[in-house]
Design a protein around this ligand. Sequence first.
Ligand code: GCW
Length: 759
Amino acid sequence: MTFSGPPGTPGSRGVHPAWLPDEAFRPIGSRRTLLCGGGPLAGTVHEEVASACARYGGSVRRRAAGPDEAPEAVPDDGPEAGPDDGADDGGPYDLVLALTTAGPLPAVAETALAGFRRGPAPGGGPAVGPDIGPDIGPDIGTDIGPDIGTAGGDEGIGDEGYVVARHDGVTVVLADSTTGLLYGLFHLVRLGEEAFGAARPAEHHRPAARLRMLDHWDNVDVHPVMGQVERGYAGGSIFWRDGALRDDLTRVRAYGRLLAACGVNAVTVNNVNVHATETRLLTDRLRDVAAIADRLRPYGVRVHLSVNFAAPVALGGTATADPLDEDVRTWWAAVTARVYETIPDFGGYVVKADSEGQPGPHAYGRDHADGANLLAEALAPFGGVVHWRAFVYNHRQDWRDRSTDRARAAYDHFTPLDGRFRDNVILQVKHGPIDFQVREPVSPVIAAMPRTRVAVELQVTQEYTGQQRHVCYLAPMWSEVLGFRPWGPAGPGVAHVVAGDVADGAAGGGLVGVSNVGDDPYWTGHPLAQANLYAFGRLAWAPSSDPAAILDEWIGLTFPAAGGNDATGGDDGRLREALHEIMDDSCGTYERYTVPLGVGFMVRPGHHYGPDVDGYEYTPWGTYHFADRDGVGVDRTRATGTGFTGQYPPPWSEVYESLARCPDELLLFFHHVPYGHVLHDGTTVIQHIYDTHFAGVEEVDRARLRWAELAGLVPDAPHARVRELFAEQLRCAEEWRDQVNAYFLRKSGVPDARGRRIP
Ligand code: GCW
């Protein structure tokens, strides 16, 4: 089940263990554990602990079954199993993992439960706020700990939640469900030795968002242009290969394990662009989807499917895909019922409709609500959901037409439909109004659909952020998005919207990420890009987590040489410190050497790697910068531009409208300004372009040298891989610097005030 090998290197199956190396289980595996309770994932919890014990000499005893379950006869595992555990037996255990329904519980667990129910002692104990407290936002919460809910209350621990406590030398994890127990186990893995140190009062953890999903843009057939994985930079698909399901799905199970350990609970197994073969996953290829679901189920990860809106026609059942047609509705109902017969815990459908050439309801004169509700109706009897993507815009725009603004499109299409979607429809909105650029404002759609469940979509795969050849730790950007408060500082934030925690708002739709994983030995191509996947899960669970703290956690798990998560390491913290230096602000560095002040794109059309300032300027894609000899940027004001600023509620509608108040980093997204325009820091726009491009390249070079110093601290194989990638990153960053600087020097004729060489 686990991939073993020397820590940090690809294991015996040639696969890197990522944040779950064997070593991370030493603290648990060297102790005596009692597991109380049976049910779906209890077997997984047991297996995890047992395999750690087999490696590190501890023991695990399992006392199965709550009142409603048949007791399981599970023998002791490991050499040192304690005596059988009676109802009031604290036993000689170091760790008790118990379901609240498995009573009577051992005394230590009862004490922990009582502690949880009582809540924090007045004036004492960690007054841990709800999972996303009122203090959410990058500006405020800094501790990763409090994803934590207040211990106490009558609500119970909750579906996926758990309580952790330590007293009388015993660590206790309690949960209402086995899923919660599994998450609790991984919490202990993150804590490392600290989990068995000082006493800790009952802490309640539960996820902020119910749905924490990764979308795979994986094709079953190799697409002639996009390949096996669209925008994939980590090799082939872990699910599909050359038109078929992979023979060996061991890796899918290992993936589920990694996802559970960072909090992700759903996966879409195919690309949102659904081609001919992929359309058939819904019907005659459904067994393939079921096989993937079987591998992910033990880790609490549900499977979703991207479907073709025209499937009824494509698969031959009906003459039309009109959502209001009776035959079409019957077709979807029947097909969906079969899906649930085959995969009873199936999550639902994901749909990209009327977008970039994908079919949708518009062909029949219907709107997106008609389309989404059709599928929602078919899924409702089974508890499934439809993720309906809001990424809808005119990709055949005439570049001469200055009145059409792609940034406006999603809001214009969807806000008139607010209130019309069934409650099992989730509108999946990209975090920015354009397309996963390194700098965009937050999409105004997120704040404009109070009667619709909204999910925010992030791009973990680095399409526009270096394609997993560049180090770009994305969590700070995501954290900014999640902490953004569309209604101003006193109002709720984006994280509250996706968690459904907004007064009078709809239930939350959760967080979705486009996965960056492939069949590469390191999972993500660039070994350091694993941190993005990890951080996605952790932010979906606890959006107010501090990105640097998440990174720190990831470092401790991934590089046991850095000292595990108790921060005492064989290397005196050198590796940890260096990785923070290299990664903490790597997204800022990427932004500096690429696209200035929020203007976006300027990438090579098609593959989107490397600079091409005018690459999209005269194309139909709606992504322009309008640079001329006098200035640059897109006028999106109400006064003189496209009016996009009006899609925000106040105060942002005013802030973005105002040239004086608009944040510098978004200036060119909202305004067209002369090169001599002075930013808040006193620099002109043109000088800012030159300065940031020189600085960005210098930062890459520093990071590269810093990495080189880590030889010997990082295992050889990943060290060499990252070293090679840094050479490419530096080459590419220099190319960006020179092309962008030369372009703007030639357009503006304004020399660099510092006289540096610009080609
Ligand atoms: O960013 C763009 C990508 C497309 C992708 C599309 C989308 C799956 O370039 O490859 O298609 O977004 O999000 O649908």
